[in-house]
Design a protein around this ligand. Structure first.
Ligand SMILES: [Zn+2]
Length: 134
């Protein structure tokens, strides 16, 4: 995945509308600036100024539409961090150990050797822990 959003219904159409709107606004802004320069050449300073404002605000609108952060690029689910904790217990000496979840962990899996005795530690629980850092 390269930041592309998965297409939701109507998403492509909306992009086309946005693109078309940007082209229209851009064309209008260009025409306005052109008219402004013409009016400036004719020494109609007020009209020139008006066209300049329309043209510039058109470009600002395009710039805003183009450079504003995409809401989908910020995944709200990723801002909340969850720790997955695996609890291991040794059935022989009841030693308990907690470590971060590793790929392939499942409950009642014979995991790593016990650090205290010769037994094998068994995963007794896998749970998430919400990280609350404030
Ligand atoms: Zn043990």
């Amino acid at each position: 995945m390269s930041g592309e959003t998965s297409p939701i219904a109507g998403g492509a159409t909306q992009n086309w509308i946005t693109l078309a709107a940007m082209i229209i606004v851009g064309a209008l802004a260009l025409v306005s600036l052109y008219m402004g320069f013409q009016a400036y050449g004719n020494e109609d300073i007020e009209i020139a100024f008006m066209y300049m404002i329309i043209g510039t605000s058109g470009f600002i609108a395009i710039g805003y539409a183009f450079f504003r952060p995409k809401p989908t690029s910020m995944d709200p689910l990723k801002t909340k961090k969850f720790d997955v904790i695996t609890t291991l217990e040794c059935p022989q000496c009841n030693l308990k150990r907690v470590r971060a979840f590793q790929r392939g962990d499942y409950i009642y899996k014979n995991d790593e050797p016990c650090t205290r005795c010769e037994g094998k530690m068994i995963i007794t629980s896998i749970h998430t822990r919400k990280e609350e850092k404030k």
